[in-house]
Design a protein. Sequence first.
Length: 318
Amino acid sequence: MRFLKKGDDKKPKSESGSETKGHPDLKVISGSQISGKQPQRQAPPQPQQQQPQNITLPNIKYKIAVASGKGGVGKSTVATNLAISLANAGGAVGLMDADAYGPSIPTMMGIQEQPKVSPERKLIPLVRHNIKLMSIGFMVPEEQAMIWRGPMLHSSIRQLLSDVEWGELDYLIIDLPPGTGDVALSLTQAIPLTGALIVTTPQDVALADVRRGVAMFERLGVPILGIIENMSYFLCPHCNEKTEIFRKDGGKNTSERFGVAFLGQIPLDAEVCTAGDIGVPIVAGHPESPQSEAFGVVAQELETVLEESGDEDELTIL
Ligand SMILES: Nc1ncnc2c1ncn2[C@@H]1O[C@H](COP(=O)(O)OP(=O)(O)OP(=O)(O)O)[C@@H](O)[C@H]1O
Ligand SMILES: [Mg+2]
C-alpha cells in the first residue's frame, strides 16, 4: 500500500472540497467529509483497491484491542496506562489509537507533533513514555469533527498497521472507539488479533453493553482476553475508606458469567483523570501510587492469560 497524496484521488476540486492541514504525507480528508456537510453530488462508487485479506505483522507478538460496548468508560485511559505498565515490566510496546471519532491518545500521552515519514515511505511512530505511538488523529486536524465513510476508515486502519514502522514488539495495544462498529470490523479484517480486552464500569447498565461487546467479538471470531473494571471504587485519600460508587463487582460477576478472565479493578481517582489531561499517564508520572499498582495488576494478569494460552490459536473463542 502507498500513501495517498494530495490530488492522488484525481477528483475535481469541487468534489473533494477544501483541503485539511493534516499530515502532508498522509491521506487528505476532504472538507465536506470532515465538516459533516454532505457533498452536493455523490461521486460514483470507485472500484475497491485490491487489498490482501490479512496484514500479518509477524514482528508483533500480541495484537490486543481495547474495547467497550459503551463510551466514556475509560478505554483510552486503560489502554495508555496498561501499555506503560507492560513496558515497565520489560515489554516492547506499541500503542495504536484507532478511535477515528475521538482520538484521545495523543493528548493522554502528551504528544503534539506529527510523525515523520521514512525514506521507504513508512510512518515512524512517535515515542513517549517508552511506548511507540501512532494515532488515526494524526491524519486530520484535531479540532475538526470527523465523519468517516466506511472505505476511508477501513484504509486508514490498514495504513496504521501496514504503513507504520512498528518494528519488533511484544504488544501492540489498539484503542478502539466505543461500541460495536466499523473500526472493530476493519481491524479484524486487517490483522489476526490475539484478542480483545473489554473495559467496563461496575453498574448494570454498563454491563448490558459488555454483553454486546462480547457478542460482537464472538461474531468476529476474536477471543476475549479478559474484562477490566474501571472506576470500581473511590479510595479516600484522607481516611483510606473504600466507597463503591457505581455498585460492586459488576465486571467481576459478568466475567464469571461469560467464563472469561477478570483482569482487575481500577479505582476512580482524580489523579488518574488529571494525569490523562496533562499528558503524563499516572503509571508514568506516579508509578508507585496505588492507582498505578492497580494497572500493574491488570498488566500482570494479562501476561498470565497470554502465557497460559501459549499459542494464540489456543485462546477460547466464546
Ligand atoms: N479510573 C479513573 N478515574 C478517574 N477518571 C477516569 C478514570 N478512567 C477514566 N477517567 C476519565 O474519564 C474520562 C473518559 O475516559 P476515557 O477517555 O479513557 O474513556 P473512553 O472509554 O476511552 O471514552 P470514549 O468512549 O469517548 O473513547 C476521561 O476524562 C478520563 O480521564
Ligand atoms: Mg477513548
